[in-house]
Every structure is written in C-alpha cells, then in structure tokens.
Design a protein around this ligand. Structure first.
Ligand SMILES: Nc1nc2c(ncn2[C@@H]2O[C@H](COP(=O)(O)OP(=O)(O)OP(=O)(O)O)[C@@H](O)[C@H]2O)c(=O)[nH]1
Ligand SMILES: Nc1nc2c(ncn2[C@@H]2O[C@H](COP(=O)(O)OP(=O)(O)OP(=O)(O)O)[C@@H](O)[C@H]2O)c(=O)[nH]1
Ligand SMILES: [Mg+2]
Ligand SMILES: [Mg+2]
Lengths: 275, 292
C-alpha cells in the first residue's frame, strides 16, 4: 500500500479498495473516507493518511458500552449463540480452558441436542479444558439441559458455566423462539442469568453479519461478540460497522483450532492488521 | 432496493428530455453499490460494471421510456450469463467405485453436504459409500457415522489415528469389494493458506483420483471468497462448488465472485440442515438474489 509515485487520487482509490475488500462495507467505507477528508482536508502524505485512518477505525471499534463487569455472580453464566458452523463449540472449549487456567471451576452445559455428534464433540473439549459437562440424550429439550447445567453448577460450587447452543440461522423464527426459551430456563434457576450472551461470528462472513447481530440481539440481547477464524485471510472488517452500529463490544478473537487459540480483542492490533 | 434506487436516479431526468451518458453512469454507480453490498468482490464488480457499460450506453437504455428498468434487465441478463447457462451436475465418470471429494474451509457444511449427496445419489439409483477423512476435528468421524446411520447409508469405519490418504485408499478397496459404486470423501476443514493441509488434499486426490472435487463454501462469505476459491482451484483443479446456508438472508454475492474467478460451476446449493435440503443450482435465481 502507498508505493512511491502514487497520486493522492490513486491513494484514495487504493484505500477504498483496501477498506471494502476487508469487509468494512460500502457505506461505512464512504463514511470513513468522508470523515477523514473533512477532518484533514490538507493531507498529502501517505504515512499521515495511514495513521489517520487507523485512528478513525480504532475510534469506531471502541464501543461506549464497557465490557461486562468482572464476574461476581457464582456461578457466572455465559450463553454462546450464533449461526451454524461459526465456531461456538470450539470457542467454548477455548474459554473453558482459559477459565480453568485462571483457577476457576468450570462447567459446560451441552444444550445442542440437535446436530449429529454435537454432544460428543463438546465432551472432548470439556475434557481438554478440565471442565465438568452436563448432558442429556440426543434430541432432549435444550432448555432442560441448560437448566440442569446451571443447577449442577450451583450444587458443585462452580464459578462459571458455559451453555453451548445449536447453530441456527437468525431468520428462522421458531429456532430463535427456542433460544428465548433456553434463555428463560437459565433465568428460572438464577434470576440474573445469563450474565453474558456471547454471539460468535465468522471472520469470513460479509455484510450478512450485520443481520445476524441485529436479529440475535433483538431476540435475546447480546452482551459481547467473539470473532473466529481470523487466522485465515479474511480481515473481519464487518466488526467496524457492528461496533459503531450496535455498540456491542468485540471481546475475543479466534485465531486457530487449538485450545490456546483465543485472544482478547485489541482494537489497535486489529486496525494495524487492516493495513 | 436497486430497482427503486435506479428509478429515482432516472426520475430526475423525466423533465430533461433526452437521456445523457452521465445519467447512465450515475445509474451504474447504484448498481456497483448494490453488488458490493451483496458481497460481490471489489475487483469482480469493477470488471462487471466495465463489461456492461457498453450495452448500458446502447439504444435499449437511451431510447427507453423506463431506463431504470432497462438497466436492471441488462444487469440481470449479464449476471445470469456469468453464473452459467444452466444446472451442471456431478461429474461421475470413470470406473466404479467413483470417488467424489468434498473440500473447503472450516464449518462451511462439508460433512452435512456429504450426507445430502448420499441421499441424492441413492435417489438416482446409485450405491453411495460415505468416507470420513477428517481425523482432526473432535467427533468428526462419529458425526458422519451418525448421518450415515440416520440414512441407512454405509460408512467406512475410519480410524482417527490413521493418515487420511490411507483411509481413502482403503475405503476405495472396501467399496469395490462390497459393490458400492460411488464414494463420498468428507475431508477436514482447512485454510487455503495452510500449506501442509492443502498438500494433504493433493495427496488424497492423487491417491484415489476423484471424478469430481467440490468446494463447499458458505453463501454468506464476504470479500475473502475470491481468495478461498482461487487457492483451492489452483491447488486442486476443483470440478465445481456447493454453496451452503442459502436458506438464510445472505444475498450470496460470493457466488458471483467464485464463478468469476475460477470459471467453475456452482452445482448445488444447501438450503437447510436436514439431509433432504440440497437443490440443484439455478443461475437466474442467484442473479435476482444478488441484486436484492
Ligand atoms: N481456523 C480456525 N478454525 C476455527 C476457529 N474456530 C473454530 N474453528 C473451526 O470451525 C469449525 C466449526 O467449529 P464448531 O465449534 O463446530 O462450530 P459451531 O458454531 O459450534 O458449529 P455448529 O454447532 O454446527 O453450529 C471446526 O472445524 C473448528 O475447528 C478459528 O478461530 N480458526
Ligand atoms: N441452515 C443451514 N445449515 C447448514 C447447511 N449446511 C450445513 N449446515 C450446518 O452448518 C453447520 C456446519 O456443518 P458441518 O457439516 O459440520 O460443516 P463442516 O464443513 O463439515 O465443518 P468442519 O468439518 O469443521 O470443517 C452444522 O450446524 C450444519 O447443520 C445449510 O445448507 N443450511
Ligand atoms: Mg457447535
Ligand atoms: Mg466436517
């Protein structure tokens, strides 16, 4: 980017291409470019432009809503949701391991009772992460598993519970109703539960991610986002419009398929990677 | 939507009499935005707009009483042409047992599609054999085994400690012995930039010579679709694509990007999680989905 001999117009076009191919989206790209040319009408140096762009993106990524308070409830209940195949189950494995490493007692509720071998997959992750797991049989009521999971966590003095749910498209009304039912089951056992609702998004997803955030948030309220598969070539730029539109914090990024491949989100590093 | 936006672009001209080139260019700007919002790749959009510019500046638009609708018609025609003439089926040629190989990124829907293809093949009078070749993902082999059991389709008893190349070779031998005429090889999801794992796919291909290699890709993939498809095609020479999760509200611009950059046909679309939810791809329906 910004090789010597480029005119300012070429530079702006190069920037537009970079932003759009990062999945930042047309409208957000136009807004960013308009903002920058308004704030800095005299910009003539590529390095200056790059720095200003990064700052603009970081400011869009810094949501007003602070990330949820340090977990004080016991157990702290986290519900994991998202569309099919984005990495929910794997992310729970990673989060459970992280919590175990921090000395917390972890329990996982296998509330995906629908997809083939979903429970078996989670059992393996629970073992890797040193967490207990509560499961029923295939096709059991997911809300019942969620409820039993929290009940077991209370009985066993667990610090944190992760509730895995089946992947579902945000446009499927009956499946979104099921998610509401699971959420209600959690609050039946602990009135403030779930204390966190983590929406998992795939970094290779384009503009459809906005629709996913909107509908999951409308249905059950989303408190944080995990963006997976950033170890590929996708830039995940869609989070820029998500953070500025919905003011929901991006908490974690997934960068691989192993237990340790989860990092806290860092807006500066993310903005750097875009350029 | 695009139709309304184009109508408003051209409505401003109702009083000005003759349509000018600049007006059509403004209309094409709206088309460009619509395609980018549908996740079509930046460079694919640039080329597409350039290619249709000549026709858009021709008589059919300039002389029309409804230039907005004419532009939409041109875009729809050209998109449909780009997406392919008609449905292209699985390539099942060569001596039995014929292997079909499913490849693609993590979570795109390969294992589920394997089950769906088994249903389709059996409907067409074939005897499919499911082969779990994913030895990495926890419970992946069990997942395909469960699907096979649901469908009463035989599944090769893969051992997760074995090399996937060896698994596929042994599966071919077993299929030949048991009289199954088609093998469906379900491979582990992998990044197109993972050299070691992409090489594993080449080794599987060279060991069993699949008659068709299908890239299973998510319909809601964004700009990265071009990178994924290009790499997979360059490394493996894919036969076609299955676009999954088309039952959502993604516009599916990835379909256009993938077709434009590889030239390979989209053969099927996944329209749900159930094993009967696989449909043949129709270029014209995709074109109108992308346009929104
Ligand atoms: N490269 C990479 N792969 C990932 C990442 N996170 C998850 N995966 C892979 O993505 C695939 C799907 O992960 P799952 O955890 O099964 O996804 P899910 O959302 O639970 O899927 P469903 O329950 O079927 O909706 C698996 O192959 C994972 O290994 C990541 O950060 N990077
Ligand atoms: N709604 C919908 N879901 C689908 C479709 N195809 C697959 N899925 C779902 O997507 C998720 C991932 O499917 P898998 O078949 O496990 O994907 P995969 O490519 O084998 O994943 P890896 O082996 O981890 O790379 C599952 O929840 C499937 O039920 C589809 O066409 N529509
Ligand atoms: Mg899962
Ligand atoms: Mg699979």
């Amino acid at each position: 980017l910004f090789k010597s001999g480029t005119t300012m117009e070429d530079l702006w076009e190069e920037i537009e291409e970079r932003l759009i191919t990062s999945d930042i989206g047309v409208q957000t790209t136009m807004d960013i470019m308009e903002n920058i040319s308004k704030k800095f009408p005299k910009i003539s140096n590529p390095d200056q432009l790059k720095a200003v762009l990064k700052e603009e993106i970081i400011s869009l990524l810094n949501t007003q809503t602070a990330a949820p308070e340090k977990a004080t409830a016991k157990p702290h209940v986290v519900m994991i949701v998202g569309i099919n195949g984005v990495g929910k189950t794997t992310t729970i494995g990673k989060l459970a391991a992280k919590s175990s490493d921090e000395g917390k007692k972890v329990l996982i509720a296998a509330a995906d009772t629908f997809r083939a071998a979903a429970i078996e997959q989670l059992v393996i992750w629970a073992e890797k992460a040193g967490a207990d797991i509560v499961r029923h049989r295939d096709n059991a009521d997911p809300a019942a598993v969620a409820y039993d999971g929290v009940e077991a966590a209370v009985a066993r003095g667990k610090d944190i519970v992760f509730v895995d749910t089946a992947g579902r498209l945000h446009t499927k009304i009956s499946l979104m109703e099921e998610l509401k039912k699971i959420r209600r089951a959690l609050s039946k056992k602990i009135p403030d539960a779930p204390h966190e609702v983590l929406l998992v998004l795939d970094a290779t997803t384009g503009q459809n991610a906005l629709s996913q955030v909107r509908l999951f948030n409308n249905a059950i309220g989303v408190t944080g986002i995990a963006l997976t598969k950033l170890d590929g070539t996708a830039k995940g730029g869609i989070v820029v419009s998500i953070c500025s539109t919905f003011d929901i914090p991006l908490k974690y990024i997934g960068v691989g398929e192993q237990l340790e491949d989860l990092h806290d989100f860092d807006p500066a590093l993310f903005a750097d990677a875009l350029f | 939507n695009l139709s309304e936006r184009l109508d408003s672009v051209f409505k401003k001209l109702k009083g000005h009499g003759k349509l000018k080139e600049k007006d059509v260019e403004d209309g094409l700007k709206e088309v460009r935005i619509a395609l980018l919002e549908a996740d079509v790749h930046y460079k694919v959009v640039k080329k597409f707009i350039n290619d249709i510019k000549e026709r858009a500046l021709g008589q059919e638009v300039m002389k029309s009483l409804t230039p907005g609708q004419q532009v939409i018609k041109i875009v729809n025609d050209e998109l449909t042409k780009l997406m392919g003439a008609s449905h292209e089926d699985l390539n099942l040629s060569g001596p039995v047992p014929i292997p079909v190989m499913l490849v693609g990124l993590q979570g795109s829907g390969k294992t589920t599609t394997a089950g769906k293809l088994a249903v389709l093949m059996r409907k067409n009078g074939r005897k499919p054999y499911l082969v779990p070749a994913d030895v990495y993902r926890p419970a992946a082999i069990k997942q395909l085994k469960k699907l096979g059991d649901q469908l009463d389709v035989p599944v090769f008893p893969s051992d997760a400690k074995k090399d996937p190349v060896k698994i596929c070779r042994e599966a071919v031998k077993k299929a030949r012995k048991e009289g199954y005429d088609t093998l469906i090889l379900d491979t582990a999801g992998r990044l197109h930039v993972d050299e070691e794992l992409m090489t594993e796919l080449v080794r599987i291909r060279d060991a069993v010579h699949p008659s068709d290699i299908l890239l299973v890709a998510d319909a809601m993939t964004g700009q990265d679709a071009v990178n994924i498809a290009k790499s997979y095609d360059e490394i493996l020479d894919i036969g076609g694509v299955v676009l999954t999760k088309m039952d959502g509200d993604a516009r599916g611009g990835a379909a256009l990007s993938i077709k434009a950059v590889t030239g390979k046909p989209i053969k099927f679309i996944g329209v749900g999680e159930k094993l009967n939810q696989l449909e043949p791809f129709h270029p014209d329906r995709m074109a109108s989905s992308i346009l929104g």
